[in-house]
Design a binder for this molecule. Sequence first.
Ligand SMILES: NC(=O)c1ccc[n+]([C@@H]2O[C@H](COP(=O)([O-])OP(=O)(O)OC[C@H]3O[C@@H](n4cnc5c(N)ncnc54)[C@H](OP(=O)(O)O)[C@@H]3O)[C@@H](O)[C@H]2O)c1
Length: 338
Amino acid sequence: MTNVTPPLRVVVIGTRGQAARVAVPTIALSERADLVGVIGSEQRRTREFADELGVTSYPSISSLAKDGVDAVWLTAPNHLHATMASELLESGVSVLLEKPMTTTLDDATSLREVVARTEASATLRVAYQHRFRPAHQLLRHQLRSGELGESGMLRVHRYWKFPYFAGDDPSGPAPWRSSSTTSGGWAINDIGSHLVDLVLWMTQPQPLTVVSAVFGMQFPGVDNDSSALLTLGVGDRGLAVIECSNALSSPGSLVEYYSGTAWARLTNSFHPVAVSTTSLDDMSVTTTSDDSYLRMFDDFVAACHGEPSEGATADEAWESVRLIQEARATGRYLAGPA
Ligand SMILES: NC(=O)c1ccc[n+]([C@@H]2O[C@H](COP(=O)([O-])OP(=O)(O)OC[C@H]3O[C@@H](n4cnc5c(N)ncnc54)[C@H](OP(=O)(O)O)[C@@H]3O)[C@@H](O)[C@H]2O)c1
C-alpha cells in the first residue's frame, strides 16, 4: 500500500503584486498542493480574481478553517503580517509568510509566541526563497564546513532599481512601501531582509551583532530608505557587509567571502539564470530556470507534513527582524535629494 498524502489545500492572501506574479503560478506548479481560493482587500476585485483562477473568493480569514483550508501564502503588506499570521495559526491554518516576518520586534516576538503555542496544529515558514538557490546552498555548505577558512568577511551586495517590475509605477512605490511605519524600512525590507537572512543562514550558529548601519534616501519624493549599508559582527572575529539599494545602479549582485586562506565569489546568483564561480573549481554552478520559489514552496509543504525543512523558521526570521530593527534604531540616515 502506498502512503500518498493528499494535496495541501492552499489559499493566497493578496490579488496583485507578489500574489498574482509569484504565489498563484508557483502553487500551480507544485505537485503537492492545490490553490483553492484567494482573499483580497476588496470584495469585488477578489471575486474577479477568484473567477479568473476558477477558485473560491473567501470573505475573511475566519472562513478558511471551516472550509478545510490547510495553508495560506500570505502576501499582504508588511505591517499586516503579524495580525493576519497570528489569526491564521490560531485557527489551525499553516502560513507561508512573505518577508519580512513583521515590521517591529515586538510584533515578531508576539508572532513567535503564537507559533510556539500552535505548533502542534499549524506551521509557519517565512518566504526567503534565495536560500533555495543552488549557488547559495553550495556556498553555505563550504562556509559551514570550514573549507573557506575561518573568521573572514562575507559580503552580500544587491542593488535592484525601482520600478522592479513592468507594472510598477515609475514615480514611486505604493503608499505602504513609502511609509517607514508600514514598510518597516523600504530598501532594507524589500531587498535587505533577504540579504540579512542569507548572512544569518550561511553563518549559523554564530551570533550576529550590528556594528554599524547607514541608510541613504536617494529616491526622489520617498521619505524612506532606498539604500542601506550594514556591517555585522559574526561570532568573535568574523564580519559581514550587507549592501542593498533600490535607487542606485550596479553591474550585478555579488555574494563574496574572503578569509586568510581562500575566497569565493558568486556573481548574479539572485537571478533566474545564474553562472556562479568561486575559488574552488568544483563549486561552479549553472542554473537555467528560476525554481527557487517552487523549491521554497515545496519545502513549506514538507514542513506542514512534519518532514525535514530548510525554510526560514519563526526563530530565524525573528533574528532578522531584531538585526534590522537595531540597525534602523542605531544607524545614520543620510538625507536624499532635495
Ligand atoms: N519574497 C520576495 O522576494 C517578495 C517579492 C515581492 C514582495 N514580497 C512581499 O510580499 C508582500 C506584498 O508585496 P507586493 O509587492 O505584492 O505589494 P503590492 O504590489 O503593493 O500588493 C499588495 C498586496 O497586498 C494585498 N492586500 C493589501 N491589503 C490586504 C488586506 N487587508 N487583505 C488581503 N490582502 C491585502 C493586496 O491585495 P488587494 O489587491 O486585494 O488589495 C495585494 O495583493 C510584502 O510583504 C513584500 O515584502 C516578497
